[in-house]
Write a new protein. Structure first.
Length: 173
């Protein structure tokens, strides 16, 4: 599949089937994340794989954004490890960006392997951190729900096909 066809085939899945994610596929998804770039190669990521009944019950108890996915990747970054740019009079830290490119790479690898995903940020990160007893330096950036779409209700939402025209998005200067 060409990359653009892969991009077109991805959509946000909010209802998963009972089919488990194969270990080899999950490992391939995580490996893709491991290879993703990070600012100054600081690699501040920490990815928690939630797939035990206990971990899934816990995350589902905090947020409905885990839906019924059989695997939830809790993508975190270490705020003490991530690159903090102090130059250009524009101080910023790159942890969320690092986490986003890692999550994106995993999302696309999952798609290529025939899995479905949902990227979610609609949760209380403080509550998740407290519940999973994360150390203070770890920040939850997003959840990536992974599984196989429910054949009946697991399709794309109407929003999936709504995109701005190129002219609205891109401007040549
Ligand atoms: C940063 C980010 C946060 C998101 N948070 C949520 C969320 O909390 N819950 C949810 O159901 N979808 C969430 N989504 C999915 C978007 O709603 C979805 O990508 C968008 O509507 C386009 O639909 P599509 O992914 O099917 O193409 C999020 C996506 C991104 C990129």
């Amino acid at each position: 599949m060409s990359f653009i066809d892969l991009v077109k085939s991805r959509y946000s899945c909010r209802k998963f089937s009972d089919r488990a994610v194969e270990t080899e596929k999950l490992n391939a998804v995580l490996e893709a994340g491991r290879l993703a770039p990070t600012a100054m190669n600081h690699q501040p990521l920490k990815i928690f794989v939630l797939k035990s009944a206990e971990a899934l019950a816990k995350i589902r108890g905090i947020t409905r954004m885990a839906y019924n996915a059989p695997v939830v990747l809790m993508v975190c970054y270490d705020k003490d490890l991530c690159y903090r740019a102090l130059n250009y009079n524009d101080e910023h830290e790159c942890g969320d960006m690092d986490a986003s490119i890692v999550a994106t790479t995993m999302m696309m690898q999952a798609t290529e392997l025939g899995l479905n995903t949902l990227w979610a940020r609609g949760f209380n990160a403080v509550e998740i951190a407290r519940s999973f007893e994360l150390p203070e330096n770890l920040k939850v950036s997003c959840l990536l729900d992974v599984g196989y779409a429910d054949p009946i209700e697991g399709g794309p939402s109407p929003r999936h096909t709504v995109r701005k025209e190129m002219g609205e998005l891109v401007e040549e200067l």
